[in-house]
Structure formats: C-alpha cells, structure tokens
Ligand binder design. Structure first.
Ligand code: GLA
Length: 451
C-alpha cells in the first residue's frame, strides 16, 4: 500500500493564517483570510487571472516567487549602465533567463538629485538615460527593476521618495519599470509611520496602471505588509557567509525556538526578533511562524542570493540555494554573471531545485523534524502526495539524516524518492529514507512522492 497525504499535517498552508487573525483579535492580521490558501488547488482564492488584480488591489504579478538579478550584493555603489547591459546580456547567453531569471534590478545609488519639477534625476555619469536602459533590458525579453526608499534619503544617501511617491511612480512607469524595491532608511520627521509610507508608494504604483511588483525592504516582518506588497524582507541584510545564511533561514523560517516576535520593535529587534508589531501578543505567532503569510502573489523575502560571490564553498552555496527554494523565497542572484564559474552557474540554474521554488502551490516550507543541527525542512508541492525535502547538516562533520513519511504527513507505506541535485531516482522506500553522509553545511534535496 503506497503512502498517502494526510492534509492536517500541513496546517500552515491550509488556514493557519485565519487562525492567526483570530488570535490577534483582528489587529494587523485582519487581512489574513484574503491570502490564505485554498487547500491543495494550486492557486489562491485572492488572485485574479493574468492582467487582473489580486484581492488586495495589487496587480496579479509574482504569482510565483520573483526570479532575477540585483546589483547590490556584488556592485553596491559601483553599478553602472554598462554593467547592467552586460548583466542583461549574460542572463541570456548563460541560459539563466531560460531558467527563469527575469528581473534585472538596479539597487541603491542610481539616483542623484531632483529637478525643479520634483522629478528624480538619475546619476548622469553612471546612468545617463534610464529609459534607454530599460528599453535595452526589455528588448532582451527581460524585465526592469529599480530601488527607492520610503524616507527622505536612501540607505546610500541618495534622494528618497518621501513626499514624492506619485511623481516617482509615474516616472518609473514612464521609464518602463516592472519591479520596485522600496527600502526603510531615513524616515522623514513628518512621516506618519512605515505602514503609511509604504501604503503611499504602493497606491501610487497601482495608480499608474502598470503591473509593477512591489517589494518592501523593511528588514523585519510587519503584519500589514502582505496587504500592501508582493514581497517583503523578513531579515536584516544577507552577508556572504554561512552564519548569515543560517540566521536568515531561522528568521524567515519562523523557527520560534530561535527567534521570537517582539513587542518593542524595532529598537529591540536587532538580536532576535522576526515580527515587529507592538500591538500583538507573541501568542499570535505560534510556530510555524511567518510561513503562513506566503502564497501566490505574496512572499516572505529572506534577502537576495550570495551564490557565487566567493565567501562560501559550493557545498554551502548549494545549501543556501536549496533552502531558499524550500522557503519559496525570491531567487534574486547577486553575483557577477559575466564571470561566474561553471559550478555557480550549475547551482543557479538547476531546473529541479528551481521547480521546487516555483511550484504553483506556493506553500513555504518549514522544519518538520525536532533537530536543530541535523534539520529536515519540507514543503508540499502540487501533485498528489508530493513533497520537497531538504536534509540540512549544520554540524562540522558529515552525518546521516533520516526523513520519515510520518513527519511529512504521509501515511505509512512506500514512497518514491528522487535526489534533485544528483538528478537521479533513488527508488521506492517504505516509511522513511536516510541520506548517508550529508556533508557538513550541506543539503540533500529530495522530491518524495507517495506511490
Ligand atoms: C539596505 C537594504 C539592502 C540594500 C542597501 C542599499 O541595507 O537592506 O538590501 O538595498 O540598503 O543601500
């Protein structure tokens, strides 16, 4: 008898958002039912067809986690028009665009000043003609993204959008912007708060009529974000090292044994907090934490990828990429695509790992085992009794890791196992599967299908 899915085990995908809203007394989470999943249908009740709007009034884009490239992790303030054109070329010639990477996003420091009419002016030396650059990116079959900030200046000290939301949204639309990352530095003294500032830009973008992905970069989860944007940063900035990747995994994964919500945020948030909401008791965020907020058109964002930037081994980069896929995270490459190694390209373009990330069901994975050093992360995929499983070894030595069908919510029986990095079917197994000698800081990534 083959293993079959028991739906109850996947409660976070099937209505925990509604429970969280009830627990909160409606404050902040009142929108939750709008973005709860209908169980197992592969779509969201809140999302209209292509070209329509989501139930939140946002354009129906980012129905799977956005994929693309962003300039910050590699180039910071050194990004330029010519680099962006070469990156767009490389996205096509390397096969990355064919693998799904679509958005080319210029992060901070492209701006220089505002004209007398209030219109933002791009840095004349590094970005002489933003419209021409967007046209170049579009001609490659790619989409174009920019960065701004809800404050008076960006984190890099360039002009922010506070008080200029409408004129900026209109400028972006005229240039052909498809994606806006919106940061959280230097709030205006007259700001009514982060939520109001983010809503102002969100509404201005919607009012342009152009379907623009709205990506909040506010570094912690705020319960109003899913009503306002397509994705939102849940963590502080990623760094190109293993400690950072594990910290972001725990925060975005909502591992409430390591990270809690804070009622005195953001001041107290630097160390441990995931959720910033002074009005909500911690009990409003039971495990599995932030995963309940993810789904088609609305994603938790543990920050961009560091794969290929040199600070980690390929084993660690494979783990980083696997875990972002298990978490249904945006896959925004942050390396120099013009000069990456074959190993980096192979990691970034593995079709079976990408397929996990982009699965239409859109359920964010969670830890399903008790371990905190040998961890089992899993997410249900579309299809019958199908799961992606990441077996993560956080220790310093190779180790065997066993996933049981019961921990996935499968009945006892047999299930087929495929290794997604080896791209190999391993056979049919009864009750459980053991990956032998998972390397230190490595992940074995599996697809498991009940027979
Ligand atoms: C913040 C963001 C980063 C990046 C920089 C740019 O730190 O979190 O992702 O955009 O600002 O200055």
């Amino acid at each position: 008898m083959g293993a079959m899915r028991i739906h109850a085990a996947w409660r976070w995908a099937l209505g925990v958002a509604t429970a969280a809203a009830a627990a909160s007394g409606g404050t902040g989470c009142a929108k939750a039912p709008e973005y709860a999943h209908p169980g197992g249908t592969g779509g969201s009740a809140s999302v209209a067809g292509a070209g329509g709007t989501s139930g939140r009034g946002l354009p129906s884009v980012a129905l799977t986690p956005p994929m693309g490239w962003n300039s910050w992790n590699k180039f910071q303030g050194g990004v330029s028009d010519s680099i962006v054109r070469q990156i767009a070329d490389a996205l096509v010639t390397t096969g990355m665009s064919a693998a799904g990477y679509t958005y080319v996003i210029i992060d901070d420091t492209w701006q220089s000043s505002r004209g007398p009419d209030g219109v933002i002016v791009s840095d004349p030396a590094r970005f002489p003609d933003m419209k021409a650059l967007a046209d170049y990116v579009h001609a490659k079959g790619l989409k174009f993204g920019l960065y701004s900030d809800r404050g008076i200046s960006t984190c890099g000290g360039r002009p922010g959008s506070f008080g200029h939301e409408v004129v900026d949204a209109n400028t972006y639309s005229a240039w052909g912007v498809d994606y806006l990352k919106y940061d959280n530095c230097n709030p205006a003294p007259t700001s009514a708060g982060a939520e109001q500032d983010y809503r102002a830009m969100g509404q201005a973008l919607v009012a342009t009529g152009r379907p623009i992905v709205f990506s909040i970069s506010a570094w912690w989860f705020f319960p109003w974000e899913p009503a306002v944007a397509h994705l939102w940063r849940t963590t502080t900035d990623i760094e190109d090292n293993w400690t950072s990747v594990m910290s972001l995994l725990d925060r975005n994964g909502g591992d409430t044994t390591r990270y809690q919500s804070c009622t005195t945020c953001p001041a107290a948030s630097a160390g441990k907090c995931v959720v910033c909401d002074a009005t909500l008791p911690e009990a409003a965020y039971p495990a599995p934490g932030l995963a309940v907020y993810a789904g088609p058109g609305h994603w938790n964002d543990p920050d961009m990828l560091e794969v290929g930037n040199g600070g980690m081994s390929d084993v660690e980069y494979r783990a980083h990429f696997s875990l972002w896929a298990i978490m249904a995270a945006p896959l925004i490459a942050g390396n120099d695509l013009r000069s990456m190694t074959p190993a980096t390209l192979e990691i970034l373009t593995n079709p079976e790992i990408i397929a996990v990330d982009q699965d239409a069901l859109g359920v964010q994975g969670q830890p399903v085992g008790p371990g905190t050093s040998l961890e089992i992360w899993a997410r249900p995929l579309s299809g019958n009794a199908t799961y992606a499983v990441a077996l993560l070894n956080r220790t310093a030595a190779p180790a065997d890791i066993t996933v049981t069908w019961a921990s996935l919510g499968l009945t006892a029986g047999s299930a087929r196992v495929r290794d997604l990095w080896a791209r190999q079917d391993l056979g049919s197994f009864a009750g459980q599967f053991t990956a032998t000698q998972v390397p230190s800081h490595g992940v074995t990534m599996l697809k498991i299908e009940g027979d």
